[in-house]
Design a protein around this ligand. Structure first.
Ligand SMILES: [Zn+2]
Length: 286
């Protein structure tokens, strides 16, 4: 006999199976960053239909670019540098066994706001010759990590916030330190009290840690396919190079090391070695 309790139990397990199926499918569908083809933005470019199910190799300015599966299509996720020229740009696509081809996209102009900051420590604005040596070595190490490429099929470009707090300085500001022009702000500043935990915005591997002249104590996390995030001005660092991190896992805390005017996180997102706006990847509000 098929009693009521049994049918209830059956319904429950069917519902559970549906839930599992939905979760499995949602893992296969990539939520892409926001399409924003401007300097410091990200271009989402759909590639031509291909029967080939191995990921095509795509390059932009000779640099390898992220390619993800979006439903039936391969999609290139291209980081556009803050100094990129506006107008027509191109990517090169090579699928195995097929003729390579080019796809074009247009970079639109964007005028970022200006910011003036006063730094008390004059050396952080006009470094000595010895400081410059260190700055050069820092830069080499930082770029070495940011330009890293690792294959990753299970990539996520959906980020949760590494720390909750007001966004004090947006990405892209044209900057003056003590009235002297300097490089634009290539990250997003999030204010938080010294010692506030920092968590990984997505799964990744710690690719580098260091104490740098401008960036202070820093951690760099490789998320795969040229997507690398960096955390600067940290107080404590709780991880080592090579360590795997799960989304939400703590790796250190907010501080005020390096060139700062107060405790905050300077958060950098790098895609194909171009610094892009972290906000384009966020699925969470501050
Ligand atoms: Zn900053």
């Amino acid at each position: 006999m098929y009693c009521r309790r049994e049918s209830k139990r059956l319904m429950k397990s069917i519902r559970f199976l549906i839930l599992l199926l939905v979760l499995a499918l949602s893992n296969l569908v990539h939520a892409l960053p926001k399409h924003s083809p401007i300097p410091g933005g990200v271009a989402i470019i759909q590639l031509d239909k291909s029967d080939d199910h191995t990921r095509p190799v795509v390059t932009y300015n000779k640099r390898r670019v992220m390619v993800v599966r979006d439903k039936e299509n391969w999609v290139a996720v291209v980081g556009i540098g803050l100094t990129a020229k506006t107008g027509r740009q191109s990517i090169k696509i090579k699928s195995s066994g097929e003729i390579p081809y080019t796809k074009h996209f247009t970079v639109k102009p964007k005028k970022y706001k200006t910011q003036h900051l006063n730094i008390k420590n004059k050396r952080k604005v006009n470094p000595t010759a010895k400081d410059l040596e260190r700055i050069y070595a820092d830069k080499k190490e930082i770029i070495g990590a940011l330009k890293h490429w690792s294959d990753n099929n299970a990539i996520t470009t959906e980020f949760i916030l590494p720390v909750k707090g007001p966004f004090t300085s947006p990405f892209g500001l044209r900057r003056f330190f003590n009235n002297q022009p300097r490089k634009p702000h290539s990250g997003l500043d999030i204010a938080a009290a010294e010692g506030t935990p920092l968590i990984a915005p997505a799964d990744g591997i710690v690719i580098e840690t260091g104490d740098y002249f401008f960036n202070g104590n820093s951690v760099m996390i490789d998320h795969g396919q040229g997507l690398v995030t960096m955390y600067s001005h940290m107080n404590s660092i709780n991880v080592k190079t090579g360590q795997k991190l799960k989304r939400g896992e703590k790796f250190g805390s907010v501080g005020q090391t390096g060139r700062v005017t107060g405790a905050h996180l300077h958060w950098t997102v790098s895609l194909n070695n171009q610094r892009v706006d972290p906000k384009l990847f966020l699925v969470e509000k501050p």
